[in-house]
Design a protein around this ligand. Structure first.
Ligand code: XMP
Length: 514
């Protein structure tokens, strides 16, 4: 079923803005995040069913505080202000906000005085999560307080006639256990969304859009074997079949069986046109003698582009370039006092294509979050091992093979890594952690095997839990699993006689070692 329902979220710099967008989509309603500077007329042109004003770190009276176009409140579209968003409603419509010097953090209890539509079907007392400095001390004309806390007489307000709502606390976080239902009441009860945006409807529409965009032209796509480019490839292939050619660069820095599994899944399984550029020897030659991590990355990045360009020529002329760009890559982050909500790491683009290639882009995933991309992958029939695989860096094993990269060291690293992956999967841990992999250290130490002295490498096991890779903590794996992995690696991989466990968190360490 086709749907044009959508909720727009205006971003005032809250760390939770993307979480709000995710939560709305759980009701099968499309949501999009726009900068707070968006004019009311532009908002209205998108015909949203409702508008949510996010929280934010500022005080509404601060000199550079992000503002909202006040005409938003007169569009006749329901508005929900969360935290800072509620204070903006108050400031613009004649309420009073008390500036506070300290922030109120943490759990609280909300008492609902009048359920109305926002608190429909919810108990009178609710556990909530607060994180605010300023608070409302007088509601604007036409509004009434519908919920209070011990310290806030206006913890939730509404003007049901104008369909304007404000809540002081954060319904989008897990610490507000019934928050999901509050958002649901807004999205389905107040904004009257029916919830027809499903992965199946998304795929139908994406396929139609890709066909309309591409026509009879050709598309090429750099397939890395990661989740994003794989799902983009499968989706574009569903739309235009053999008008799509995927180029897979085997840089010789892949994990064990990686290239074979890409061929099996895409060329044999999906029947997709796949060009494999077997370029490992060239990458190794360029990396000979190089030990400095940033130089490794630069060399790999440049060589990737060269190999891709060459492979592209063999495909013939294509007008379009397919890419697995995701929503978090394109959301404009709001800069409040020079502190953008999301910091972008430039080095993470290694292994990608330059921006100035002369192509029109086909980016069918650019409105989706990662878990939605996985759901699309599953719906398209990609295997679980592909859809749920752990992230893998563009420069591949190069940033896990410390010091100079040689074919011998790569083989050792690959064999150890394959054992780690196998044991992680067998024990059920692989899909619970963010990443788990082997790192080869460029030092040798003495050991004894049978009656012989050995002088071999050390493998470090890096296994981390994370939400978004910006921060991470080392996973407390069970000792018997660690013992099993270490036993197997040392016994089965020639050239390794010792294993270490990396017990550093990020920050101050990073996930990858280089
Ligand atoms: P760090 O090591 O900075 O890594 O903590 C954070 C996450 O990013 C991945 N990573 C990369 N991904 N190209 C990528 O596509 C890169 O150059 C790159 N370097 C690191 C890393 O695996 C982790 O998930």
């Amino acid at each position: 079923m086709e749907t044009n329902e959508r909720i727009v979220i205006l971003d005032f710099g809250s760390q939770y803005t993307q979480v709000i967008a995710r939560r709305v989509r759980e009701f099968h309603v499309f949501s999009e995040i726009l900068p707070h500077t968006t004019a009311a007329a532009d908002l209205a042109a998108r015909r949203p069913n409702g508008i949510i004003l996010s929280g934010g770190p500022a005080s509404v009276y601060a000199p550079n505080a992000p503002q909202v176009d006040p005409r938003v409140f007169a569009l006749g579209i329901p508005v929900l202000g969360i935290c800072y968003g509620m204070q903006l409603i108050a400031k613009n419509l004649g309420g009073k906000v008390h500036q506070s010097t300290h922030r109120e953090y943490g759990r609280g209890t909300l008492t609902v005085k009048s359920a109305g539509k926002l608190f429909a079907r919810l108990p009178r007392r609710l556990e909530i999560w607060n994180s605010h400095g300023d608070k409302l001390i007088r509601a604007p004309k036409g509004f009434k307080a519908v919920a209070v806390t011990d310290s806030a007489p206006f913890a939730a307000i509404e003007d049901a006639d104008r369909q304007l709502y404000g809540i002081q606390f954060h319904p989008e976080v897990a610490h507000t256990p019934r928050g999901r239902e509050i958002l649901g009441n807004f999205v389905t009860g107040i904004c009257r969304c029916t919830g027809a945006w499903t992965m199946a409807s998304f795929i139908d529409r994406a396929v139609a859009d890709i066909r309309a965009q591409v026509g009879k032209e050709r598309v090429i796509l750099g397939l890395s074997g990661g989740v994003d480019s794989s799902v983009a490839a499968a989706l574009i292939h569903q739309a235009v079949g053999r008008q799509l050619t995927c180029i897979y660069v085997d840089n010789g820095l892949m994990r064990a069986n990686e290239t074979a599994s890409v061929k099996r899944i895409f060329a044999n399984g999906l029947g997709l046109k796949l060009v494999v550029a077997d370029a490992g020897a060239g990458f190794l030659r360029k990396l000979r003698g190089v030990t400095e991590p940033e130089r490794k990355r630069k060399i790999i990045g440049a060589e990737f582009i060269r190999v891709f360009e060459r492979a592209k020529k063999s495909v013939g002329t294509a007008q379009f370039l397919g890419q697995g760009t995701l929503y978090p890559d394109i959301i404009e982050s709001v800069s409040i006092d020079g502190n953008p909500a999301a910091l972008i790491k430039s080095h993470h683009n290694v292994g990608g294509l330059p921006k100035n290639m002369k192509f029109k882009l086909v980016e069918p995933l650019k409105q989706l979050f990662k878990d939605e991309v996985r759901a699309v992958g599953e719906a398209l029939g990609l295997p679980q091992e592909m859809v749920w695989r752990q992230p893998f860096p563009g420069p591949g094993l190069a940033v896990r093979c410390l010091g100079e990269i040689t074919a011998e060291k790569l083989n050792i690293l690959r064999a150890a890594d394959a054992i780690i992956i196998e044991e992680m999967k067998r024990s059920g841990w692989y899909y619970k952690v963010w990443q788990s992999f082997a790192v080869l250290l460029p030092v040798r130490s003495v050991g004894v095997m049978g009656d012989e002295r050995t002088y071999d490498y050390t493998i470090a096991l890096r296994c981390v839990d994370s939400q978004d890779a910006m921060t991470a903590d080392w996973t407390r794996l069970p000792h018997d699993l660690l013992a099993k992995i270490s036993n197997r690696v040392i016994n089965e991989v020639r050239g390794v006689n010792r294993m270490a466990l990396d017990i550093s968190s990020k920050p101050p360490a990073t996930i990858e070692w280089e």
